[in-house]
Design a protein around this ligand. Structure first.
Ligand code: 7UC
Ligand code: FE
Length: 292
């Protein structure tokens, strides 16, 4: 395996993912914990190969909402705006907000693979990343002090994608239904990495709704200031999609967002989330390994 290090992340070459060995899996995991984001090139995995490969890294997740599922492989979360055989497949326009996957669940998702399947022409489609370890290091002291020891409430209800059966139902009822399955979760504003001990800011403008126990106005002002710091254009790194690219990132150390499908251009990607058998941060129970 060869790594070419970028300002955030590393390009990987010299691995045949279809025949990846246990030693190579260990090396790739060590590399993703070290570099936060890995970009593989020239991959050629069919859907069954992809799921089998992901299984070697841990327990693949089944997303809590079935309308994201690939019809044959529930472990594949389908982000897609192109009909398949005349039918809707997956969900369009996912992940356009800054977030970390499953940040709004008691046990967030440690590792995410994303494989672009249909890449809009023009090279402008990609996944954007923020280095949250660098953010913790660079955070202005006043912001750090205000956030130290706090927990943030994480919720994704505002990103619920309305589905055909939801027609004629009230927004309040849809929100209640979403919250029955995903009520949101409290997590520390700073998380410690279980492998390398690094500290990362664990906050995103997509999901982090408020600072627990803080008066509303102060909480909103503090989060606004935090997001303005985190999302400065100079802190944003882009992983550009291309055929054969496969991304793997560590949700404990980066936030990400989709660049969005440009002007409705065709776009499709297959995600597989993986529980890696380690607590998301020390002290948090591991339950993801019990996935069906
Ligand atoms: O449709 C989406 O943008 C999905 C988002 C609300 N959640 C992805 C995740 O795993 O956190
Ligand atoms: Fe995501």
């Amino acid at each position: 395996m060869k790594l070419t290090v970028r300002p955030l992340g590393a390009d990987v070459s010299g691995i045949d993912l279809r025949r990846i060995t246990a030693d190579q899996v260990a090396a790739v995991k060590a590399a993703v914990y070290e570099h936060k984001l890995l970009v593989f090139h020239g991959t050629d995995l069919n859907d069954a190969d992809y799921v089998a490969m992901a299984r070697k890294f841990g327990t693949p997740q089944r997303y809590f909402q079935r309308h994201y599922w690939h019809p044959e492989f529930p472990e594949i979360f389908v982000s897609n705006n192109v009909p398949e055989g005349g039918k809707k497949l997956g969900v369009a326009g996912t992940g356009r907000m800054w977030h970390s996957d499953y940040q709004f669940f008691p046990e967030p998702l440690p590792l995410t693979f994303v494989m672009p399947k249909i890449v809009p022409p023009g090279g402008a489609r990609g996944t954007l990343f923020l280095d949250m370890v660098a953010a913790a290091r660079d955070l202005p002291p006043a912001l750090r002090e205000a956030l130290l020891g706090t927990r943030l409430f994480q919720d994704a209800v505002y990103f619920y994608k309305v589905q055909p059966p939801d027609v004629d139902r009230g927004i309040g009822e849809l929100m209640e239904q979403f919250h029955r399955e995903a009520p949101g979760a409290l997590h520390p504003a700073f998380v410690t990495h279980p492998v390398n001990g690094r500290t990362a800011v664990y906050a995103s403008s997509g999901f982090s709704q408020r600072v627990d126990g803080m008066p509303h106005e102060r909480s909103q002002a503090l989060l606004r200031e935090l997001f303005a710091f985190l999302e400065q254009p100079a802190r944003v790194h882009t992983a550009t999609w291309a055929p054969g690219v496969l991304l793997l990132w560590d949700n404990r150390q980066v936030m990400h967002r989709s660049s969005g499908d440009l002007h409705g251009q065709p776009s499709r990607s297959y995600r597989i989330g993986v529980y890696d058998g380690l607590p998301f941060y020390p002290g948090l129970p591991i339950t993801g390994d019990d996935q069906p």
